[in-house]
Design a protein around this ligand. Structure first.
Ligand code: PLP
Length: 372
C-alpha cells in the first residue's frame, strides 16, 4: 500500500497510527517520530530545556534517557532506584532538586509504571516538567491511567525488542497539551510552519510511513501479545517461587532497601522474583530476576548460556558510572548505591509472547538445576 501510494514521507499511514496510539494511551495528541530516543529529545526541545538546567533521571535505565538531557546542553542528575520495582526512587529525587531543576524523567522500566503520584506531587511542588519515558511500557497503566498520559509528555519506542516492536526504528510522543503538541510537531520537521521559513531550530524526527503501516498491522493484536506476556509471567511466578532459595519481592519494601535486605537475609534468599504492584498494569517487557551473592548473577548467566536459553543483563552499568558523564558535577552522581547493587544482580529471562509451554518449562528446569 505504501509503495503504491508513492508517499514515503508522512501522510495517512503516519496519521492513522498516531490516532491508534492516542487511543491506546488515552492521550489527546500522538506524534509519530523516528525513535524512542528522538521522542525524548523532542520533548526536551519542546519544553525549552537547555544549558544551565538540571533534569532528574533514573541512573538504572537505558542510556537514551540521560543522553538526551546532555544533547540539549542540560545536566542529567542521577536518581537511585527502588530495589523492588526497579524504578526511580522519588525520595532520592526529592533530595536532589535544586533551583536549577527544570524537569524529571521517570522511566517505566521493564513494563511497570513508576510511582506517578509521588512524581507528580514532587513536580507540582517545584514547578518541574514531567516527561514519562514509556519506551518499555506502551499500554501499561498506573492506577488505571496509561503510562505516558500523566506527565507533560510521554514517549514510546517501536524498537524491535519493545512490546510493540516495529521492523526497524520508530517512536512516538504523546501529550494532552495542545500548545506542546503544536511545538513538538513543528520541531519534528525543522520547525517550518511554512516550507523554507524557520522561526526556531528543529530537526528531522519523522516516523517513516512504511514503519507506521507495519506497526498498524500489529495494533489489533497488541492486547493479545500483552496477555501472553502476562500469562508467561504468572507461570514463572508460580513455578519459580516453589524452588528453594527463591522469594518474591515484597511491595511493602518499595524504596526501602534496608528493610528489604533484612527480609532477604532472614529468608536465606538466593533469587528474588519481580513483582507487579496491584495498582499497576504490568506489561512485562522484561522478566527480571535479582541473583544475590557476589558472582552469582554471572554464574547464572553462564548456566543459561550453556543450556542455550537466551538471557540479557539490563543494565550492567548505571548512568552515573558511565564515562561520558564523568565530567558532570560530582553532586549529580551521588547516592546511587541501590542501583549499583541492582546492576550487579539483575538478569532477564525470556518472556516474549510466542514462548511455548516446553520452552517455559525448560527455563524453569534450568533455574532449578542452577539452585540445586
Ligand atoms: C529503548 C529505550 C529507549 C530508546 O528507544 P529507541 O527507539 O531505541 O531510540 C529509551 N528509553 C528506554 C527506557 C528504552 O528502553
Amino acid at each position: 500500500r505504501v509503495f503504491r501510494s508513492g508517499q514515503f514521507i508522512m501522510g495517512p499511514e503516519v496519521t492513522q497510527l498516531e490516532s491508534a496510539i492516542a487511543e491506546l494511551t488515552a492521550t489527546k495528541h500522538a506524534i509519530g517520530v523516528s525513535s524512542g530516543t528522538d521522542a525524548i529529545l523532542l520533548a526536551l526541545m519542546a519544553l525549552g530545556i537547555g544549558p544551565g538546567d538540571e533534569v532528574l533521571v533514573p541512573t538504572f535505565t537505558f542510556f537514551a534517557t540521560a543522553g538526551c538531557v546532555s544533547r540539549v546542553g542540560a545536566t542529567p542528575v542521577f536518581v537511585d532506584a527502588c530495589p523492588i520495582c526497579f524504578n526511580l526512587d522519588v525520595n532520592d529525587a526529592r533530595l536532589k532538586v535544586t533551583s536549577r531543576t527544570k524537569a524529571i524523567i521517570p522511566v517505566h522500566l521493564f513494563g511497570q509504571s513508576a510511582d506517578m503520584d509521588a512524581v507528580m506531587a514532587l513536580a507540582a511542588e517545584h514547578g518541574l516538567h514531567v516527561i514519562e519515558d514509556g519506551a518499555q511500557s506502551i499500554g501499561a497503566a498506573y492506577k488505571g491511567r496509561p503510562c505516558g498520559s500523566i506527565g507533560h509528555f510521554g514517549t514510546y519506542s517501536f524498537f524491535p525488542s519493545k512490546n510493540l516492536g516495529g521492523f526497524g526504528d520508530g517512536g512516538a510522543l504523546v501529550t494532552q497539551d495542545d500548545a506542546l503538541a503544536d511545538r513538538a510537531r513543528l520541531l519534528r520537521t525543522h520547525a517550518s510552519k511554512r516550507k523554507y521559513y524557520h522561526h526556531f531550530v528543529g530537526g528531522n524526527f519523522r516516523l517513516d510511513p512504511l514503519q507506521a503501516a507495519m506497526i498498524a498491522v500489529k495494533m489489533p493484536r497488541y492486547a493479545a501479545y500483552t496477555a501472553a506476556r502476562q500469562a508467561n509471567a504468572d507461570y514463572y511466578l508460580a513455578e519459580l517461587s516453589q524452588l528453594p532459595g527463591v522469594v518474591q519481592a515484597d511491595p511493602a519494601h518499595c524504596k526501602c532497601a534496608a528493610a528489604q535486605n533484612a527480609a532477604l537475609a532472614a529468608a536465606d534468599a538466593r533469587i528474588v522474583l519481580p513483582v507487579a504492584y496491584p495498582h499497576n498494569t504490568h506489561i512485562w517487557n522484561q522478566f527480571t530476576l535479582r541473583v544475590l551473592g557476589t558472582g552469582q548473577r554471572d554464574a547464572l548467566r553462564d548456566h543459561l548460556n550453556a543450556a542455550k536459553i537466551g538471557c540479557e543483563i539490563y543494565y550492567p552499568v548505571t548512568m552515573d558510572q558511565q564515562k561520558c558523564f564523568a565530567d558532570t558535577p560530582a553532586s549529580s552522581r551521588i547516592g546511587c548505591e541501590v542501583a549499583h547493587q541492582l546492576a550487579a544482580e539483575v538478569i532477564s529471562i525470556p518472556i516474549y509472547p510466542e514462548l511455548t509451554a516446553d520452552q517455559k518449562a525448560e527455563v524453569v528446569a534450568a533455574l532449578a538445576s542452577f539452585l540445586a
